[in-house]
Design a protein around this ligand. Structure first.
Ligand code: NAD
Ligand code: IPM
Ligand code: MN
Length: 348
């Protein structure tokens, strides 16, 4: 019989609230012959305050044994900024070589968005996940003096860029429109820009059916708002992808709907699925966070593990639920409950 060994990191703020609903829906959608084994990891602000630890080696090793990881969010106002973000979340992405950070953006007909009623928006951002300005290279000189100098070096390797660009071409090739847009800033960041642009062009010769174009990241933000229908697959650097995907979320129905997968396509390590949003300390504990982004991340997780029919059921349940609620706000648990009921019946 089949089984899923799932690691769960609820994390901080609204993380545990939305993860509980994601698990509810996951349990409801899985066929009865699939055994779901979850193990919860106590990582995040509470753990750090109690022990000073962010992600001990023993837990990293244990996490590596799972089929996949579901993460809520990390980061808390009581912990210095960056401690958990770097020491837990980015440590996981780097350790498990999650070089494809997959962030789909689809306009839901009933979602509350400034672009409601616009032509179909359906694109996916392939954000590089292990390099760029996220590597922690840099430092500060003469710290705390008026002459302080702080550097944050963006690291871009030929191997790292090529593997994510190739993945994006594969995804574009498999979609009906077969269009791939490189987003960078090669007019200013000329060293990294040249590497990305030349690899993008060279790999493109192997995908003659894929139409390509290039946008500077500033112009890309214009078109994400004024003409998002032009995008099919976007490939971009780690930081640009972070910013573009919050914007993409905002224009397609809100940050409460945006899902992501941190994928290691080689399968050498477990991939990790999480909502695009953070721990939302401003609404944590109010029971109002929208768990839909986590539920849609569960759909990405299911698809990654080969449960395509179940992934599609979750997505159909979300679409039906968005139509039913039609912009009306409701509690985290009410949405989770509604989706858990719906995945059991949708399409029947
Ligand atoms: P955020 O995404 O947590 O919140 C931004 C805004 O979106 C807030 O107003 C919040 O209430 C709202 N929001 C977020 N998720 C929502 C949901 N599911 N339903 C309804 N509203 C939602 O971003 P932030 O405020 O910049 O960061 C807060 C903390 O989270 C920081 O510590 C940050 O480092 C961390 N963070 C973590 C992740 C992650 O774990 N992947 C991602 C982003 C930010
Ligand atoms: C995200 C978050 C993270 C990122 C932070 C918390 C490290 O913003 O997942 O989008 O920048 O990747
Ligand atoms: Mn982000």
């Amino acid at each position: 019989s089949r089984s899923i060994r799932l690691a769960v990191i609820p994390g901080d703020g609204i993380g545990p609230e939305v993860v509980a609903e994601g698990l509810k829906v996951l349990s409801a959608v899985l066929p009865s012959d699939v055994k779901l084994e979850t193990r919860e990891y106590d990582l995040g602000a509470r753990r750090w305050h109690a022990t000073g630890e962010t992600l001990p080696d023993a837990e990293l090793a244990a996490l590596a044994q799972h089929d996949a990881i579901l993460l809520g969010a990390v980061g808390d106002p009581s912990v210095p900024s960056g401690v958990l973000e770097r020491g837990l979340l980015l440590k996981l992405r780097f350790a498990f070589d999650h070089y494809v950070n997959l962030r789909p953006a689809r306009l839901h007909p009933h979602a509350a968005t400034p672009l409601a009623g616009r032509p179909d928006i359906d694109f996916v951002v392939v954000r590089e996940g292990t390099e760029g300005p996220y590597t922690g290279n840099g430092g500060s000189l003469r710290t705390g003096t008026p002459h302080e100098v702080a550097t944050e070096v963006s690291v871009n390797t030929a191997l790292g860029v090529e593997r994510v660009v190739r993945d994006a071409y594969e995804r574009a090739q498999a979609r009906p429109r077969r269009k791939l847009t490189l987003v960078h800033k090669n007019n200013v960041l000329v060293h990294a820009g040249r590497l990305w642009t030349s690899i993008f062009e060279r790999v493109g010769t192997e995908y003659p059916e894929v139409t390509t174009d290039y946008l500077h990241v500033d112009a890309a933000t214009i078109f994400l708002v004024t003409d998002p229908g032009r995008f099919d697959v976007i490939v971009t650097d780690n930081l640009f992808g972070d910013i573009l995907t919050d914007l993409a979320a905002a224009v397609t129905g809100g940050i409460g709907l945006a899902a992501s997968g941190n994928i290691n396509p080689t399968g050498a390590f477990p991939s990790m699925f999480e909502p695009v949003h953070g721990s939302a300390p401003d609404i944590a504990g109010t029971g109002t966070a929208d768990p839909t982004a986590t539920v849609l991340s569960v759909a990405l997780l299911l698809r990654h593990l080969g449960y395509e029919a179940e992934a599609a059921r979750v997505e159909a349940a979300v679409a039906a639920d968005l139509a039913e609620r039609d912009g009306v706000r409701r509690s985290t648990a009410a949405t989770g409950d509604a989706l858990a009921v719906r995945v059991a019946t949708v399409g029947d």
